[in-house]
Design a protein around this ligand. Structure first.
Ligand SMILES: Nc1nc2c(ncn2[C@@H]2O[C@H](COP(=O)(O)OP(=O)(O)O)[C@@H](O)[C@H]2O)c(=O)[nH]1
Ligand SMILES: [Mg+2]
Length: 235
């Protein structure tokens, strides 16, 4: 005979069911967002990484070098509080909308779907969504974007990709940011690269440095290639 379930087991089962339903609903909204982006020929990129890994700086660097060259950019900025990152992007002349999540450690598809309507979508070809700085939660919530970029900065330590493999597994590009700082940290770039390849053999691995703009051309080339391929497939 089955043992009666304990209250703890009951509450665990309920939590799992609640989480499943939450993810399912999120996925449905993400699917709708993807359709909306495709209808407007906007290519969406989910930019993830730890707080301070250099995500906004990457966007600033790309804007400095490439805004207006081939594509118009739009940015959604996710943080728990403040408009600071959106202000940084707007100061560069690019449309940006801040999403303040309060105490939530990730963006959700609903947040993105609602906030992107505040952007001049008719003018945007590439939409960056800078997720809340966190190596765990954002990987659980699809946003409806087309590709994922994960920033891993040198000061974080070379063991972070292997310790937080879920986000690495879903990355299309992993960027080692702040490589100018390599001389100051015991960061084994070779080992970390090897470990990322073991987790995700398909990810493109790049290195960037905002001071020399090293790696930005390669990153932009990849993004344009994605956007153009997506446009062609939508014709
Ligand atoms: N030395 C160095 N510092 C960087 C680089 N990229 C970003 N930073 C610094 O790292 C800090 C966090 O950057 P930020 O872009 O705000 O990180 P985010 O929280 O991931 O958006 C800031 O002080 C940046 O100036 C880089 O390539 N080299
Ligand atoms: Mg930021």
């Amino acid at each position: 005979m089955n043992q009666p379930t304990t209250p703890v087991e009951n509450s665990n089962t309920k939590t799992v069911e609640d989480m499943r339903s939450l993810f399912k609903k999120n996925d449905q909204v993400a699917d709708q967002t993807r359709i909306k982006l495709n209808e407007r020929k906007i290519f969406g990129i989910n930019l993830m990484g730890s707080p301070g890994s250099g995500k906004t700086t990457l966007l600033e660097g790309l804007i400095d070098q490439y805004q207006g060259q081939l594509s118009e950019l739009g940015v959604l900025e996710g943080d728990l509080a403040t408009e600071r990152d959106a202000d940084r992007i707007r100061n560069k002349g690019v449309s940006a909308q801040q999403i303040s999540t309060g105490s939530v450690c990730h963006l959700s598809a609903a947040m993105v779907s609602e906030s992107m309507e505040q952007l001049p979508l008719d003018d945007i070809k590439v939409l960056f969504v800078e997720n809340v700085g966190n190596l765990v939660c954002p990987s659980k919530f699809a946003l409806g974007t087309h590709k994922n970029i994960v920033a891993v900065s040198i000061p974080e330590g070379d063991d972070k990709p292997v310790k937080y493999p879920v986000m690495i597994r879903m990355a299309d590009v992993v960027i080692f940011t702040k490589v100018d700082l390599l001389p100051h940290f015991d960061f084994d770039l070779e080992r970390s690269t090897r470990e990322i390849k073991e987790i995700n053999p398909n990810a493109l691995i790049l290195q960037t440095d905002i001071k020399t703009k090293h790696g930005f051309a390669e990153l932009w080339k990849e993004i344009l290639g994605w956007a153009q391929k997506n446009d062609a497939e939508l014709l």
